[in-house]
Design a protein around this ligand. Structure first.
Ligand SMILES: NC(=O)c1ccc[n+]([C@@H]2O[C@H](COP(=O)([O-])OP(=O)(O)OC[C@H]3O[C@@H](n4cnc5c(N)ncnc54)[C@H](O)[C@@H]3O)[C@@H](O)[C@H]2O)c1
Length: 270
């Protein structure tokens, strides 16, 4: 699907990181934008940066884990722009800690945003995307949708779910004029690790949790701008699966070579 000033893109999680970079890259291509986030100030800031490119920008306060809000978002985006032909389900959160440190509520919280948020997006935008075809859905998974490292049970479960759902839907939509890409970014330099929730049942001291977060942040090497540019390249190339960063490529290869033992090799590399 070619991106142009005829593109109308709905982007969730547009207030920060990859979502903001996607909004700005799309704005630079002349696309009209229906931007959503749960953080109003952050969303307004993205709008301030995107509007000078001249395309139409609408803003939508949406908690993607609430289906009614996503349904309203789809209707409002189409009302504002006449149609939507690109949906990017990008909003996401992180959750750290061992399985025993995570409460059931923690797991349901992350599945609600990372998995159900994307499903609601697909459900409520798909009828509009079909009308606007050629159109595309982009669902953001992770390298943790390819491998499951320790202390990522909740996050990896949500991102494997995004991948399984997306691959099946992509095959289902073949020939419909609505394409689908699933994105597996490696470490991208955004606020995600800083904002990650520790498991509610953890008894670790705060300093240890902060050290863990800082260690994780050091592995976030690719800029959000590069990640967004790679996603747009994948959209234009009708790629079903978009890997971002050398780390993602290495992880993908290791997972194929050693499907049950990739962690040992990765531990050595890290
Ligand atoms: N940064 C990375 O290294 C990395 C790696 C792999 C995958 N990802 C995925 O990329 C996506 C974007 O993450 P990012 O790194 O840009 O993070 P980020 O924290 O910088 O941005 C995420 C945005 O999503 C918004 N958001 C959070 N909960 C929401 C909700 N319930 N409803 C609507 N918006 C909500 C936040 O307010 C924020 O603006 C996520 O799905 C994340 O899991 C990130």
């Amino acid at each position: 699907m070619q991106l142009s000033d005829r593109t109308v893109a709905a982007v969730t999680g547009a207030g920060s990181g990859i979502g903001r970079a996607l909004a700005l890259n799309l704005a630079a291509r002349g696309a009209a934008l229906a931007l959503a986030d749960v953080n109003e100030d952050a969303l307004n800031e993205t709008a301030l940066l995107a509007r000078p490119f001249g395309g139409r920008v609408s803003l939508h306060m949406v908690d993607v884990s609430r289906e009614a809000e996503v349904a309203e978002y789809a209707a409002a985006a189409v009302a504002a722009h006449g149609r939507v032909n690109l949906l990017i389900n990008n909003a996401g959160v992180a959750l750290g800690g061992t399985f025993e440190e995570l409460s059931q509520d923690d797991l349901e919280w992350i599945m609600g945003i990372n998995f159900w948020g994307g499903v609601y997006g697909c459900r409520h935008f798909l009828p509009h995307l079909r009308v606007a075809a050629p159109a595309r859905i982009v669902n953001v998974s992770s390298v943790f949708g390819l491998i499951g490292p320790p202390e990522q049970t909740g996050y990896a479960a949500s991102k494997f779910a995004v991948r399984g759902f997306s691959e099946s839907l992509r095959h289902e939509l073949r020939g419909s004029g609505v394409g689908l890409s699933v994105v597996h970014p490696g470490g991208i330099r955004t606020a995600i690790a800083r904002r990650a929730r520790p498991g509610s049942l953890t008894t670790r001291p705060r300093a240890e949790l902060e050290r863990g977060q800082a260690d994780f942040e050091r592995r976030l090497v690719t800029s959000p701008h590069r990640a967004a540019a790679r996603i747009l390249q994948g959209i234009e190339g009708d790629e079903g699966r978009i890997l971002i960063g050398t780390d993602a490529t290495v992880i993908d290869v290791l997972q194929r070579l050693f499907p049950a033992r990739y962690m040992a090799t990765l531990d050595r590399l890290i």
